[in-house]
Design a protein around this ligand. Structure first.
Ligand SMILES: [Zn+2]
Length: 335
């Protein structure tokens, strides 16, 4: 990252370094050039992650809670799957959502996010799903990104794991792109306990894969955090009534925000026009410089990674690498 930036600064300064006498040239165009180059550095995509998921899932996916009565499951916010009844009390009641009426909580909110024991995630492909070798390797690289930035580790379940009752993620074909939140073995077939990670063919991009795995590890959408109102405003007037539930915040007990600041650059953040029907923005960032950038980031952000490390209590493993000779040096000094 530093090297390209250095070159860009160099390119920007080049006329000054080489033709210092020519002060009239490009005084207005240089800041524009720098701005353009800086924009290229921001790693944003023209399509936001919610648009990408929506396009992959089809228009009905975001219309309302999508229910699957066979499995007693439903989907909220376009791509998070819950069992019936699981969400009761987990979302904050908001007058804008309920037409001025606030529903009474029926259940004490609790931390819904179940973590994978020892930060070890078991994951397998459904052999019936038609994933090409390229798609499998793309998925592998999405997992590697989470492994590289956090302490979470992925592996294929063994028959012993199954006999021990351990649950796993089952990567499958299906409608849209979706995942449950954290470890949630919502399905059972014989001795197999598993949770679906659904990737229809158009969902098989690296960014969507990393985003859905983010949910499987326990991350909610950034704009649903309990503290989001100090960073983004929901423009309720641009959200049709039947879509407003998608902007309900989770309660603090559910998410506790993982001791990280609100992160506009999160891979879990939707774009400024998510769930709009009139084309007008539904999210307004209080930091205006992010208005057109939220939802467009391509990589797992620093705070996405930190949230997972805090969740899995493995911040210590995220310390900078210290070479072994340094310990030997310290040991000698002690003596
Ligand atoms: Zn999502």
């Amino acid at each position: 990252m530093r090297l390209p930036f250095f070159f860009i600064v160099l390119i920007y300064l080049w006329p000054d370094l080489t033709t210092s006498q020519d002060t009239s040239l490009g005084q207005e165009s240089q800041p524009e050039l720098l701005q353009q180059l800086l924009q290229q550095l921001q790693q944003t995509s023209p399509q936001t992650i919610d648009q990408e998921i929506l396009n992959a899932a089809g228009p009905e996916a975001f219309n309302s809670d999508v229910s699957d009565p066979i499995h007693q499951e439903f989907k909220i916010q376009g791509d998070i799957v819950f069992k019936y009844g699981e969400l009761a009390g987990a979302l904050q009641p908001e007058p804008a959502v309920h037409g001025g009426l606030v529903r009474k909580k029926r259940k004490t909110p609790q931390d819904l996010t179940k973590m994978w024991p020892n930060a070890e995630v078991l994951i397998a492909f459904d052999s019936r799903a038609s994933f090409s070798p390229e798609e499998r390797s793309l998925f592998q690289s999405a997992l590697e990104q989470w492994q590289r930035k956090t302490c979470v580790r992925f592996r294929t379940p063994t028959i012993n794991d199954i006999h021990q009752g351990r649950s796993f993620i089952f990567v499958q074909d299906g409608k849209g792109c979706s995942s449950p939140l954290g470890m949630n073995p919502m399905r059972e077939t014989g001795i197999f306990k598993y949770q679906p990670l659904t990737l229809a063919r158009p969902c098989r991009t690296r960014r969507i894969m990393m985003h859905e795995v983010g949910h499987s590890l326990g991350l909610i959408h950034e704009q649903s955090r309990s503290d989001r109102d100090s960073s983004v405003n929901v423009m309720w007037q641009n959200v049709p009534v039947h879509m407003r539930h998608n902007f309900q915040k989770f309660t603090e007990q559910v998410t506790n925000n993982r001791n990280t600041p609100y992160d506009y650059e999160s891979l879990m953040h939707y774009g400024p026009n998510a769930f709009t029907t009139n084309g007008a923005p539904t999210l307004r960032t209080l930091d205006a410089s992010y208005q057109d950038r939220i939802g467009g980031f391509q990589e797992i952000s620093r705070y996405d990674a930190m949230a997972i490390s805090n969740m899995y209590n493995c911040g210590a493993r995220m310390q900078p690498f210290i070479p072994p000779w340094w310990h030997r040096l310290l040991g000698r000094k002690k003596k």
